[in-house]
Design a protein around this ligand. Sequence first.
Ligand code: TYM
Length: 383
Amino acid sequence: MCSRGPRRLVQCPSSRLSQAVFSRESDDTMAEGTDTRTQGGSPGPGASKEPAAGRIFSGMQPSGEAHLGNYLGALRQWVRLQDEHECFFCIVDQHALTGDFHPETLPTRVFDLAVSFLAVGLDPERSTIFVQSDVPEHTELTWLFNAVTPVGDLERMTQYKDKSARLESIPAGLLNYPILQSADILLYRAELVPVGEDQVQHLELAREVARRWNHRFGEVFPEPRPILSTAGRILGLDGGAKMSKSMDNTVRILAEPEEIWERVRTAVTDPQRVRRNDPGRPEVCNVFTLHGHLTDPVLLPDIEDQCRAGTRGCVDCKRILADSIGEHFLEVRERAAELKANPQRVREILEAGAVRARKEAERTMTQVRERMGLTWRSGVHAG
Ligand code: TYM
């Protein structure tokens, strides 16, 4: 297990994750953390205060409002990282095209995710928050990276193997998906990428793409490293699969208390607890894991003890969890309601983010096009 020292980022020595750094969990509730971090006084991206070394990029697919997996695995640490780094946070709508998407609902999903971003505390004054398709350089760089990426590397990606195995006809975009992800990151010459564990292999590919491209055309791109949340992989309410919208095993972070309870009451607990007073095993119960992330730490010993002793039934235990989730996101829901009532404000934030992102993207692409010889005018000699 990686040691977790007092610093925010901790190097992990394990082999597969040797390039990763871990972000320390904060005991703050989101509402407290968000309040202090989003209030005035902090310089915007254009202001003179230099952020800490290590530019950050991360992205999320617009599958609508964020769920607990997105929040605990990614968003919570994105909010914290804004304090010390220059950050780019992107809604990756072009990645969504490689999955099951509907043109009619995609725009709303982008908007809903933007609301979730802002409501949890991503701060447009400090971070660049934007939509991928607003910056055409993402797809341009993807094409250029096609030139240095072996198909074999793409075919080895676990997510590609899992997803393509379920399809009769595999869209080329599914294979090339990690190249677009590499382009997202490298376009901004980001050095650190906060993600959940499921994205580590894609990050390894991005490092490889950077290395190959630099080797052939000269040093332009840093090799980006993942920052992993110590929350690890958040399981869904079924207690078996990763929490994800496509598995319908999620709890939306913006759900109202009644909906939270409707969802949480279906959560799978320790299968050995058949009767109410059977002794339970918190270590195998996903409800207990979620308590660990979202319930007041003061209550945890009692929850654990009563589970082991069989003195509190699973339904009551889930009720406490539902209440914790409701409370944890109370202020986030309030901010989301304000934003939904003012869609123009959300639009302006995304427009401004796109302007800043395009500026940075253009800076990288000028160098890249030049190094790759996409400068035909320089070959036209006068006379
Ligand atoms: P996506 O949209 O599936 O998820 C966004 C982020 O949330 C994390 N996450 C989880 N973490 C723990 N447990 C879960 N159940 C869970 N569900 C989601 C993911 O690890 C991720 O960090 N390919 C990426 C999007 C992407 C991207 C990028 C990420 C596109 N370009 C560039 C980083 C950098 C994806 O599909 O994430």
